[in-house]
Design a binder for this molecule. Sequence first.
Ligand SMILES: Nc1ncnc2c1ncn2[C@@H]1O[C@H](COP(=O)(O)OP(=O)(O)OP(=O)(O)O)[C@@H](O)[C@H]1O
Ligand SMILES: [Mg+2]
Length: 328
Amino acid sequence: MMPESGRGASAGRPANDERMRDEHPAVVLQDLEGRRRPAAHIVAFANEKGGVGKSTFAFHCAVALTHSGMKVLVVDCDRRQQSLHHFLEARDGTARALRVPLPRPSHVVLDKQSGALLLQEIERVGRDCDYVLIDLAGQDSPIARRAIALADTVVTPINCSPTDLDALGRINAVTRRFRNPGPFAEMVTALRSERVGRGHTGFDWVVATNRVRHCEHRLIAAVEANLATLARHLGFRTIQGLTERIAYRELLPFGLTQLDLKMIPELGAARSTNLRELRQMVEDLRLPCFSPRGRFPVAARLNAAVTERTARNYREAMTAAITLRDTV
Ligand SMILES: Nc1ncnc2c1ncn2[C@@H]1O[C@H](COP(=O)(O)OP(=O)(O)OP(=O)(O)O)[C@@H](O)[C@H]1O
Ligand SMILES: [Mg+2]
């Protein structure tokens, strides 16, 4: 966690911690300020808690945006896992193998965790992009701070569980009153304040629930009440993200989402509830220029030049992957 002011560290943290002092919001903003800011709208998918759906959200958003005709660059800052990069590589492979004109985002992995390199890669690969989506690893880091400081929209997926709110803040279980911000929220709000203090606009911080199971009514109500309290104190807005559905992961090995199935009807049909939920999630992010009803998605058929064998292999692999769809 970062010190609350440039003068020293807050309780329990070493006052002379050089590393943390380097990461004070003022230092992060200074590091970015001297450099050219990309024209694209930047969305950072961030939560220092792991496994909450950052890469899943980033992937589905990237696909939704490209389907609506937007040019998108995806920067995968999670160089250890590179999940998003792998999904997008698989997507390139599927488009090539099936000769389907799947709309595809450009994508890069950020090898060195530096703000200068982040901006350089955005300039190099995404100069004419409408959106840059940055997927962050599930931990605090210098690059996470720089990506958040640079973003126009910060999307924080959270699992719909009280313990998952701890990174945002703590609520007294009896009085339901706000107790204190969590480490991640402290970092995000400090970066936002620093930005505003330097005369820039703040960013839109959106907390999106994920893996919601509608059977857990009471838990959902408790989490929503706590989120509303945290939102008031921390200045984020909440959206209904995604429910728990196999549909959001079964096609990932092929680099596909439910939104793509209309383009490859031979491989099966998407469920309208899934499509509605996905479109609503992206719409609720209120990204500029995004129209979910626009050119999205375009129906196509397998290119006649695709060999029967390739098509059959894909059909078999995907059928095997999606037969579980009805179990959740
Ligand atoms: N709405 C959902 N329904 C079903 N499965 C989901 C959903 N969201 C995420 N998952 C699954 O949960 C797991 C974690 O998701 P994901 O990798 O997107 O999280 P992450 O926050 O990026 O994790 P990390 O911090 O490790 O990068 C994955 O197996 C993913 O397929
Ligand atoms: Mg991830």
